[in-house]
Write a protein that binds this ligand. Structure first.
Ligand code: PLP
Length: 428
């Protein structure tokens, strides 16, 4: 028995399913998850000493790869001064200022500890500020596991083929309106029917929890128009896209400004940190200034803030985006050519360094099409890649993350492994 197998067996005795987040258990792809002991740059090493090129990067939390020196040093230094005070610190102010300078729509922000908390709090703020109850979300988009947002969600909920979750009472989702992604007509119709009840539309500006699904041209601008017209707020959940598609996230890339932005993952540099923010008038509805309550013992935790600040400083000093963009574009082209040569029908969806491959599909523009892809073939590909030292997300509903630490050598290894995993080129 390998050390990972032994650890998983032990884990299953004390942790449900052996994991602290469902997709980690490999249920969608079969097999047992390797336990990870360390990571450096683009690579991780498991408990049996096997190295992998990591295309998960902690589900997009790492932009500069594992154990980047500046981030580790910042964490070490902050921890040595105290791990939590539950009182304001200067570093929180600096973090907020840096976010605002990179992402100008975020005039003010509130720090929290997870993307779930950030999205949940943004929704409460939108409801509180507008005095309206209803929330529009999109099929296959994931905004964390708060009750109101679990309806028809992507990520692990999609991976496990769940319509939602047990334990969420009907009342909690009664005001959640779920519409198909990339369908502006459906949004307009919903607003015509009940626009005066709708507090906000929350969207992943590039969907990355049903695999990657890019917004159709004009889609985000259309959401902006319809929400403005009806006095509802537009919330961009940039937990994945923020600081990944560019310094100003998807809003900078597509030139559409939301009212509220939800951030997480890269913002915390691999530590538990997330945020929601927007225009000052809106944010000042929050307690202690306004009546919308929101709080957290570890919110703005100094060690997490230090990791986030180190990451934002690296973004400013290194501008990693052009090289990630080039490498991801080349990788997508080479991967697609490799699969095509072997007669494997597929589509690569990519936006910046964020991409995923749907097998057995031609065009994936919404959750219905993402579900119709060949997920059994993905599971085989996943294991072929894992056997060849490439760690992909263990579900066809998750994004592949190329970090600034991946180099051309990693990209070549990924493409070679892809070719070997799906078999020899087709002969005609
Ligand atoms: N929003 C999006 C777009 C996400 O991808 C995720 C997590 O993957 C979340 C929210 C929830 O974040 P967390 O897992 O930190 O609670």
């Amino acid at each position: 028995m390998s050390r990972s197998e032994a650890l998983f067996e032990r884990a299953n005795r004390v942790i449900p399913g052996g994991v602290n987040s469902p997709v980690r258990a490999f249920r969608a792809v079969g097999g047992l998850p390797p336990f990870i002991v360390s990571g450096s740059g683009a690579e991780i090493v498991d408990a049996d000493g096997r190295p992998y090129v990591d295309l998960v990067q902690s589900w997009g939390a790492l932009l500069f790869g594992h154990a980047r020196t500046e981030v580790v040093e910042a964490v070490r230094e902050a921890a040595s001064r105290g791990t939590t005070f539950g009182a304001p610190t200067e570093a929180e102010v600096e973090l907020a200022e840096r976010v605002r300078s990179l992402m100008p729509s975020v005039e003010m922000l509130r720090l929290v500890s997870s993307g779930t908390e950030a999205a949940m709090s943004a929704i409460r703020l939108a409801r509180g500020a507008t005095g309206r109850p209803a929330v529009v979300k999109f099929d296959g988009c994931y905004h964390g596991h708060s009750d109101a947002l679990l309806a028809s969600a992507g990520s692990g909920v999609a991976t496990l083929s769940l319509p939602g979750s047990a334990g969420v009472p009907e009342g909690a989702v009664a005001d959640t309106i779920v519409l198909p992604y990339n369908d502006l007509g459906a949004v307009r119709t919903a607003f015509e029917r009940e626009g005066s009840r709708i507090a906000c539309v929350i969207v992943e500006p590039v969907a990355a929890n049903m695999g990657v699904v890019v917004p159709a041209p004009g889609y985000l601008a259309g959401l902006r128009d319809v929400t403005t017209k009806h006095g509802a707020l537009l919330i961009f959940d940039e937990v994945i896209t923020g600081f990944r598609l560019g310094p100003a996230g998807a809003q900078g890339r597509f030139g559409v400004t939301p009212d509220l932005t939800v951030l997480g993952k890269v913002l915390g540099g691999g530590m538990p940190l997330a945020a929601f923010g927007g225009h000052r008038d809106l944010m000042e509805h929050l307690a202690p200034v306004g009546p919308v309550y929101q709080a957290g013992t570890l919110s703005g935790n100094p060690v997490a803030v230090a990791a986030g600040l180190a990451t934002l400083r690296l973004i400013e000093s290194e501008d990693p985006y052009p090289s990630m963009e080039r490498r991801a574009a080349e990788l997508a082209v080479a991967a697609s050519a490799t699969l095509a040569e072997r007669g494997v029908s597929h589509v690569v969806n990519r936006e910046g360094p964020l991409f995923s491959i749907f097998l057995g599909a031609e065009a994936v523009t919404d959750f219905g099409r993402a579900k119709a892809a060949d997920h059994a073939a993905y599971a085989r590909l996943f294991h072929g890649m894992l056997d060849r030292g490439i760690y992909l997300p263990p579900s066809g509903y998750e994004a592949w993350f190329l970090s600034a630490a991946h180099d051309d050598g990693h990209a070549e290894r990924i493409v070679r492994a892809l070719g070997e995993s799906v078999g020899a080129p087709a002969t005609s």
